[in-house]
Write a protein that binds this ligand. Structure first.
Ligand SMILES: Nc1ncnc2c1ncn2[C@@H]1O[C@H](COP(=O)(O)OP(=O)(O)OP(=O)(O)O)[C@@H](O)[C@H]1O
Ligand SMILES: [Mg+2]
Length: 228
């Protein structure tokens, strides 16, 4: 294994019942790499992300994180991995309505057992970087759709994961805010070596990623790799 390789997929297949959604996907993501996946609706992008993140078990093939196959991990190890080493931005809004914006953002740290004051301080810092500091004490119902999407990005980053999986993280953002979210991913990738796998329909976002994959009818193809 190349030591800079953090995540890889080899011949990954996923089916819902009889219907194949991912067919033999091959992918490698290195430390500090931002990989974008584009493709039509229903082509299997979210399904692939779920396989890579160990949310759905693969029917065939293998996903490796830091050289270790996810299929070797028991349920407890897998949930610890998802909780501590992975960050998620899901396709649909999923902030907890009864928590404030800063409590939502701090959640991964609280789940990892960190003290409340420490977790809230870290949440405040990442919210500030994303231009959301003023919203700290509001609840999700009191912020806009685009703001809650950026809060979901902040929450995915707060515990400094090794890999961030983001499904349409800029889907409801205007181009300036979409660019700001991508800037944050790129800066984390460069400064901390975070690997980012993001699904996007935004051609500008995909063009700025290090690697661009396309998905069609469940088949993943690497479109370009730029020297970084
Ligand atoms: N839970 C499920 N059960 C059955 N079929 C599913 C399920 N989830 C997705 N599918 C099907 O699998 C295929 C891939 O879906 P997926 O959600 O991965 O697509 P996508 O590329 O993320 O689409 P979008 O851009 O609309 O989010 C689609 O044909 C979809 O209808
Ligand atoms: Mg999807």
């Amino acid at each position: 294994m190349n030591t800079s390789e953090v995540l890889s997929a080899e011949g990954v297949e996923l089916c819902y019942g009889e219907t194949p959604a991912v067919r033999g996907a091959q992918l490698t993501v290195r430390r500090g790499e931002v990989a974008a996946i584009t493709g039509q609706s229903g082509s299997g992008k979210s399904s692939l992300l779920y396989c890579l993140a160990g949310v759905l078990p693969v029917a065939r093939g293998e996903v490796r994180f830091e050289g270790r196959s996810l299929s070797e991990l028991d349920d407890e190890e897998l949930s610890a991995l998802r909780r501590e080493r992975f960050g998620f931005v899901f396709q649909y809004g999923e902030l907890l309505p009864e928590l404030t914006i800063e409590e939502n953002t701090a959640l991964p740290l609280r789940l990892a057992g960190r003290r409340k004051a420490e977790a809230l301080a870290a949440a405040g810092e990442v919210l500030g970087r994303l231009g959301l500091a003023d919203l700290r004490t509001r609840r999700p119902s009191q912020v806009s759709g685009g703001q809650s999407q950026r809060v979901a990005v902040a929450r995915a980053l707060v515990h400094r994961p090794a890999v961030v999986f983001a499904d349409e993280p800029t889907g409801s953002l205007d181009s300036a805010n979409a660019a700001a979210v991508l800037d944050e991913f790129l800066s984390l990738a460069r400064s901390r070596g975070t690997a980012v796998v993001l699904v996007t329909h935004d051609a500008d976002v995909a063009a700025r990623a290090d690697t661009h994959y396309t998905m069609r009818d469940g088949v993943l193809a690497c479109r370009a790799r730029e020297a970084s």
